[in-house]
Design a protein around this ligand. Structure first.
Ligand code: SF4
Length: 450
């Protein structure tokens, strides 16, 4: 019998029979939430390919039920960092942002925006006033927390959003910061920029527009410094990302300032490994291991560990936090990614796919590492069996508790599993090679397009 013939079904069966549970309660350290898939900017490099909101499909916007359940989950999961971001421009869903500020649990709130809403001074003031009002509401219930606006400033965004607009926003926040405390309109809104470490003079242009200077780059950070000794905002931090965004960009061979390996390792934890779902990759992060989890909640209501296995996720509309933890720790691959890291899992995948590193580097994006390493159900099954073997050797899984079919499967030697894997994969390739043109079907609707 081909071990890999029904990999998907077998994976589910193994997961059910292993019946693994979370080893303890993990709080939510960081949650990235995407209120919408839409974005009016349409950067060519957008890695989420966010469409412009011409014809609204409600399935591309986080539903009210999902938002309410997320708020509830933020308390159950003791959420610390709430980052509202995209795929998509979150400011399109300002009511969602305001609701999250007012009602969710967090100690730190960050709003990542491309800044399309800064094109008009009245609009900037209107948006800031609404955000500040929501912060006041929250402050009445919780005294200590902070709020930041993180604006993307680079040559991609500024093709569409004029640096002049961003400069308006800075001037408004800066003038406000110079007023006596009681007269301030936006006392709790801090801003900083995110840029890309490439040959890009956007930040310099912005500094020039503001009549400010730039400090030298140190540790991926530089400051826009205003020569003013007034009480207000005199420095704005610019945090640089190390690499080019590839996303939809066509120039995949674009030279990187820093090699992927160096970037990857700069976030590694002890044992040279990295646990994306347990590491915060935001500004100033040192890649330290989080006590809890780092998750993404997407516009369609999926909740998943950041950089986890693509088919292991929860449903923010149905699951409570306990259900979600059970789902992700139930799967041996997902739990190993979280507890031991990506390199640990990748090394098993490389036993059958030795050129994985090349594929991962081409993607140039951390979060896709697990997806690339575990791109098919056959690789997942191979890795799953190897992980079970490892846990049996280490005494973490007792053979006597396993069903017979699984004992039989894991008694294969590594070389025998590899042979079975290649035998099946090669058979698949032959099947695919025989009738390629018969796989193409063109369906034409019975309507005239003229
Ligand atoms: S502003 Fe951000 S979300 Fe919008 S298209 Fe550009 S990269 Fe994508």
């Amino acid at each position: 019998m081909d071990i890999f013939q029904n990999s998907e079904k077998l994976l589910l069966k193994i997961s059910k029979d292993l019946s693994l549970k979370p080893d303890h309660f993990y709080p939510l350290s960081v949650a990235y939430i995407w209120p919408t898939k839409y974005c009016p900017v349409g950067c060519a490099h957008c890695m989420f390919a966010s469409p412009k909101p011409r014809f609204i499909n409600q399935n591309m916007i986080l539903s009210e039920k999902a938002i309410n359940n997320f708020i509830k989950m933020s308390y159950d999961a003791q959420l610390s960092y709430l980052v509202v971001s995209g795929g998509g421009e979150p400011m399109l869903e300002l009511p969602t942002i305001l609701k999250l500020i007012k009602e969710a649990r967090f100690n730190y709130f960050e709003l990542i925006t491309g800044g399309y809403w800064t094109s008009n001074i009245h609009q900037i003031k209107r948006c800031l006033t609404k955000i500040q009002k929501a912060i006041f509401f929250k402050k009445a219930k919780q005294k200590k927390f902070s709020f930041s606006l993180r604006i993307s400033v680079d040559r991609y965004h500024q093709k569409i959003i004029s640096p002049k607009s961003i400069a308006h926003l800075v001037r408004i926040i800066r003038s406000d910061s110079m007023l006596p405390d009681k007269q301030r309109s936006y006392p709790d809104i801090k801003i900083y920029f995110r840029s890309l470490l490439i040959n890009d003079d956007t930040v310099s242009k912005l500094a020039k527009l503001l009549g400010a200077r730039l400090s030298p780059l140190k540790n991926y950070i530089r400051n826009i410094i205003f020569d003013n000794s007034s009480k207000g905002l005199n420095e704005i931090t610019v945090f640089y990302k190390s690499m080019y965004f590839v996303g939809r960009a066509t120039n995949l061979s674009a030279h990187k300032i820093i090699e992927f390996d160096d970037y990857f390792n700069s976030y590694s934890d002890f044992n040279d490994d990295i646990r994306l779902g347990r590491t915060y990759l935001g500004p100033m992060s040192t890649g330290a291991l989080l006590k809890g989890l780092n998750v993404t909640v997407t516009y369609n209501g999926k909740i998943m560990p950041y950089g986890g296995v693509s088919n292991i996720y929860g449903d923010i509309c149905k699951d409570n936090y306990k259900d979600f933890l059970n789902k992700i720790f139930h799967d041996i691959i997902s739990r190993t990614l979280l507890l031991k890291g990506i390199n640990y899992v990748k090394k098993f995948a490389e036993e059958v796919e030795p050129k994985l590193d090349k594929k991962i580097k081409k993607k140039n994006w951390f979060a896709s590492i697990a997806d690339e390493s575990l791109s098919t159900s056959e690789i997942k099954l191979y890795v799953c069996l190897r992980l079970v073997q490892e846990d049996v050797i280490k005494g973490k899984i007792k053979v006597k508790n396993l069903p017979n079919y699984l004992i039989k499967l894991i008694s294969h030697k590594k070389t025998s599993l590899q042979t079975e894997y290649y035998k099946y994969i090669n058979k698949l390739k032959i099947i695919k090679r025989i009738y390629p043109n018969e796989m193409v079907q063109i369906k034409i609707k019975n309507t005239s397009i003229y």
